[in-house]
Design a protein around this ligand. Structure first.
Ligand code: K1U
Ligand code: ZN
Length: 173
């Protein structure tokens, strides 16, 4: 049997990126299939994370792999941040839904997270560094928030125009 096609990653300013994801009721084979396809799309795009929102699946599912060796997959289903450090730092972020744009966002430097894994077991994580940043970025996606919304309205409008133009040109090619 042929493998399923790669999931398409929505590009900003697609309004579907602003949908609020619903909690997963049961972690079953359907959810595990979504997780597997999200990992395929994330690794194919050389990303370090992906939220279900970005593939137009509006459920609280996130996949992450911040390892250089690309062999430490992490699945967060119904994730909740239980603690965020009051200390914050501004760091450069990118987003697979905002291709080619990188800018600084202030985030907590460490977070504690509770989530279900792909077997439906509750897990807790204490994250810092890039993992903490990535978790916060992906959880924003689940709430319909894209990182450019932390930037000034002027920057955001410029990014929007640039991406809309690029999308029109890609359609014409
Ligand atoms: O959610 C996404 O679109 C994935 C995003 C995750 C992310 C990257 C950087 C900071 C916060 C969240 C990406 O994977 S963007 C592409 C990328 O691999 C990358 C970009 C900048 C730094 C590190 C990695
Ligand atoms: Zn993103």
């Amino acid at each position: 049997m042929n493998p399923p096609p790669l999931l398409t990653i929505l590009s900003y300013p697609d309004p579907r990126l602003h949908t609020i994801a619903k909690p997963v009721a049961v972690v079953d084979d359907r959810v595990r299939e979504l997780v597997a396809r999200m990992f395929d799309a994330m690794y194919d795009a050389n990303g370090i994370g992906l939220a279900a929102t970005q593939v137009d699946a509006h459920e609280r599912v996130v996949v992450i792999d911040v390892s250089e060796t690309r062999d430490q997959p992490m699945v967060l289903i119904n994730p909740e941040i239980t603690w965020a450090s009051p200390e914050k730092r501004k760091g450069e972020e990118g987003c697979l839904s905002v291709p080619g744009i990188y800018d600084g966002v202030e985030r907590s430097i460490a977070v504690h997270v509770r989530a279900l894994d792909a077997q439906g077991e509750e897990r807790t994580y204490e994250a810092e560094g890039m993992l903490a940043v990535c978790i916060q970025h992906e959880m924003d996606h689940l709430m319909g928030k894209v990182f450019v919304e932390y930037l000034s309205p002027l920057k955001r409008e410029r990014i929007k125009s640039k991406l809309v133009k690029a999308q029109r040109e890609a359609l014409r090619a």
